[in-house]
Design a protein around this ligand. Structure first.
Ligand code: AMP
Length: 611
């Protein structure tokens, strides 16, 4: 069975090859390493600059891409072409983010339950593609500073990220030309940076308090024998340092009437400055346009209090969910720029009744921990438990010959994963389940393990069946795949040995191929997905028209027919962006009458009913 330090076993790891740790953040991202020569744990940065790279992408008029500090300048001057908070979109559908849509200044396509797409200059980008642009920039600048190629990485994600969000992060790494050895939880990384979990010490319970600019997360972890278990997470996706800045602005506006003449933007910049200065001193004062603005530490404390209380409420809920009392927490770790504020450190210390861990730079602590994990994977840190893992991803074939991964490569075993699928045709009585192993996006490029058919699905319309497919890999590396149609209960299962006849060289070759072909693979995947989606849209629209033709005007029929033809034509041209554009146009035409017909149907049903 493969071990985590597999790369050494396969000889793929060159001496001193760097594996970087990456904190891919909502606001800022950064890279850290344990330097191969000095063995020092450092965040990578150019001289005299910050290690933080703003997670902002600007698409110029000719689609040139600018990432980081320079892109940030366009947030105000060209918001429609400047993407921030791409991490909030990872693995999300439009329905998931509908309520918060006003927080985004760029265009997000409204497609209900489809994965979010962002439209800039008539090009469509998935959240994965956007994140890959940030990772590409991080890779490039790390290579520039370290003067060595960077091809392997450990990337961190929030503990609450689900499978889809983790997979999207993994794909983003691949698309950026990085072999993502591990996706690890941000609180786990922070704990590693403080040295917790590095030796097979006794059990420890750790609370990781992470207050950044825009989000708050609290995670409770249990570490035992080097294994990290997330007991609970809680938080608020819109709470952080920005709220403190806003609080200061509001306070100034109410206290100094003359401030009304200063722009909000300017006030906010001064508010952040005041907050930061009050982390080191007791008073802040500045003169602007002849007006004196002042803030004292006690005044700041009053402003911070309600924000802080919200974080403590979340912390209480996390403790409750983990079924723990405050006294059972052994260590508290501070993460995120806002925890620099002494008021916050003091209140959190008081809440837990224990001094918090705040020695490591709170902006860098997650990336530094990821670098430690990277070093463990490189086999440089001894004494760390090596766990059995899956050396290649395991998945099945879906529409268009795509690989759908259920157990990603490097999953610790034993492991279980399941997902729901459905039928594509009306009255479909069976589903062929083809199992594959490998890292490529099309199954034809992967290794086929086996195939079986789930038969006996009762007659149902397309999309109505609920087929749950579960992968269970046991400690001996035997994979059991079971499929069950939940409405009827028909079920079938199969046993496979994925590692049989698989040499280390095979694994190595598959990994290299996947990185080499990442760009083409993801382009093909995007095209296949857009094509499948377009074909479904063509079918449903045509079906709808046939059924409701009497309710539509001549003009509606004509424009729909033209849009259908245009979409059909775009399919033959194999251009993903064009297909998306034509789908968007068709949706824009059909949405108003579809809603009207639905309303009619509801009204007539209601009027026929005796209440
Ligand atoms: P992050 O999202 O972790 O990068 O945190 C950014 C937040 O930390 C912003 O709201 C900053 O204003 C805040 N911050 C940075 N430095 C300090 C400081 N010295 N004192 C208080 N807040 C800070």
């Amino acid at each position: 069975m493969a071990k985590i330090a597999i790369n050494i076993a396969t000889g793929s790891l060159q001496q001193n090859e760097v594996i970087v740790g990456i904190d891919l953040g909502t606001t800022n991202s950064l890279v850290a390493i344990i330097h191969p020569e000095s063995k020092k744990l450092i965040a990578i940065k150019e001289h005299d600059s910050s290690s933080l790279v703003p997670s902002v992408i600007y698409f110029g008029n000719s689609n040139e891409v600018v990432v980081g500090e320079k892109a940030k300048e366009y947030l105000i001057s060209n918001p429609a072409q400047t993407i921030f908070s791409a991490k909030r979109l990872m693995g999300k559908t439009y329905n998931d983010i509908r309520d918060g849509i006003k927080n985004f200044s760029y265009q997000i396509i409204d497609e209900d339950d489809k994965l979010v797409k962002v439209k800039v200059n008539n090009n469509f980008y998935s959240a994965t593609e956007l994140s890959s642009l940030i990772l590409k920039e991080l890779k490039k600048s790390a290579e520039h500073i370290l003067k060595t190629p960077v091809n392997k990485a450990v990337i961190t994600v929030p503990a609450y990220f689900n499978d889809a969000q983790r997979q999207a992060t993994r794909d983003a790494g691949k698309l950026a030309g990085l072999d993502v050895l591990r996706i690890i939880n941000e609180p786990t990384a922070a704990s590693l940076a403080y040295g917790f979990g590095l030796s097979n010490e006794e059990e420890k319970i750790i609370a990781v308090y992470d207050l950044g600019g825009g989000t708050f997360d609290i995670s409770i972890l249990k570490i035992h024998n080097g294994i990290f278990e997330v007991l609970s997470t809680n938080g608020d996706t819109f709470l952080g340092g920005d709220d403190i800045d806003n609080g200061i602005v509001q306070y100034w506006l109410s206290k100094f009437k003359e401030t009304a003449n200063i722009s909000q933007q300017q006030l906010r910049v001064l508010a952040e400055k005041a907050k930061k200065i009050l982390s080191d001193t007791d008073n802040f004062m500045v003169e602007i346009n002849g007006i004196i603005l002042a803030l004292s530490l006690p005044e700041l404390e009053t402003i911070i209090k309600p924000i802080l209380n919200k974080t403590l409420e979340c912390s209480k809920k996390a403790l409750k969910d983990a079924d723990l009392t405050i006294h059972q927490i052994d260590e508290i770790i501070m993460v995120g720029g806002s925890t620099r504020s002494p008021v916050i450190k003091k209140e959190v210390t008081d809440f837990f009744g224990k001094k918090v861990n705040d020695k490591v730079n709170p902006d860098e602590v997650v990336a530094l921990g990821a670098a430690i994990q990277a070093d463990i994977l490189a086999g440089n840190t001894k004494d760390v438990l090596l766990l059995d893992i899956t050396p290649l991803s395991l998945g099945l074939e879906t529409a268009g010959g795509l690989m759908d991964v259920l157990l990603p490569r490097n999953t610790k075993i034993p492991a279980r994963a399941s997902r729901q699928y459905t039928t594509q045709k009306d009255g479909q009585s069976g589903i062929v389940i083809s199992l594959y192993q490998g890292e490529r996006d099309l199954v034809k490029d992967n290794r086929k393990l086996d195939e079986f058919i789930l038969k006996g699905i009762p007659n149902m319309p397309a999309g109505f069946a609920k087929v749950d497919i579960a992968f269970l890999i046991n400690a001996d590396g035997i994979l059991k795949v079971s499929a069950k149609e939940l409405r009827s209960g028909v079920a079938q299962e199969i046993l496979v040995k994925p590692q049989q006849n698989l040499s280390d060289e095979d694994v190595e070759k598959m990994l290299q191929d996947s990185i080499k072909n990442a760009k083409e693979d993801i382009t093909i995947r995007a095209l296949v997905e857009a094509t499948t989606e377009a074909e479904q849209l063509l079918n449903t629209t045509e079906g709808f028209i046939q059924k409701n033709i009497h309710y539509l005007s001549q003009q509606e029929l004509l424009s729909t027919s033209e849009a259908l033809q245009a979409l059909q034509l775009s399919l033959s041209m194999g251009d993903k962006n064009l297909i998306q554009l034509k789908m968007e146009e068709l949706n824009a035409i059909s949405k108003p009458y579809a809603e009207r017909v639905m309303d009619l149907a509801v009204n007539s049903a209601m009027s026929g009913k005796k209440i």
